[in-house]
Design a protein around this ligand. Sequence first.
Ligand SMILES: [Zn+2]
Length: 374
Amino acid sequence: MVQKRKIKLKKPAVILLRIFGSILVIVLVAFFFYFYQINTLCELGYSKEASKNILFSWKKDYVMSIGENKTLNAAFESDDYLEKYLENYANIKYQNHKNLIKNINLLLKKGYSNSNISMILAHGSDADVFEFAKRDKVRYLEEFYSLDYAKLSYYDRYLHYSDETGEDEETTVLFVNLDMDKNDYEDALVVKEFSSDMLVNKHRKLTEKFEPKDLVKIDSKYASDDMKASKVAIEAFKKMASDASKDGLGIVINSSYRSYQDQVDICNSYKDLYGEGYVQKYVAQPGYSEHQTGLAFDIGSTSSKIFAQSKEYEWMQENAYKYGFILRFPKKYESITGFRSEPWHYRYVGKKIANYIHSENITLEEYYVKFLDK
Ligand SMILES: [Zn+2]
């Protein structure tokens, strides 16, 4: 009796044990499989969060067929993910924007193509794209935004400027980025930081207090008067003057650093001599002269009173860039620089930039728009 009972009691326990064991095995296998899948996706470049969402939305095979894709990763991380746009996400170029997927959804809804959206995203911040997405689908997109440096937030200004002037897209983007669709001296951007590549012109101004941080006295050997300049610029000038003298040429400095107040005085004296119209046209207003940066020099020659006719002028045209200087206001670029030609006015920008400007035959304004204005 006792033995029989024992056998009867064992059976359900074994069955229970077997069921429990099977469940455990299934759970373990499922867990193992799950972590294996997550791991595969992570190794492919997806975040843990994205990988989890990829698995639970049954899109693993699709994602695996695409491979690493930052936009897809962002989509699967985002609450804004919409399954109907899955293929679009995979084909739109990623930008590090907080609301990337939300903005992509808005632009897709407006009817933009994947390549158009990639272009839009590349030219503005998160906020710029969001603002842009509010407008009706625009007609001229590639025209402006095939240029790397075109700004999304300037769309209306580009359109307006090209309509008004009939200029091509490249000129339009360049001029608007330089704020040349605004009047001279109007609403100018304040340049606060001193650097050898700083841009100061009729749309980029210095404050009354601005002073170059490395201002030093110029040795009387190089300057006709008691003058100061930025140290980095005068050191480069000395090397240049020394090499020029080896070629039997004498280059000197007629004007260098001018404070804000100096420029006020210059404007006033020219006004007395030639009148208001002359000053407006030819003399930079206080704060708008790059002489205040300490990086600009008006160069003279020891051989001729007219610099533009001197051998030194010719030598400077061929060699100045090697020392980091550029002719700042060339005749053919008056419309870009906003200043009439000044054959004597050289500006220190550093060797790398001077070399580029010289070889590409462009202005500091163009260099700034393409490489410095971020
Ligand atoms: Zn000058």
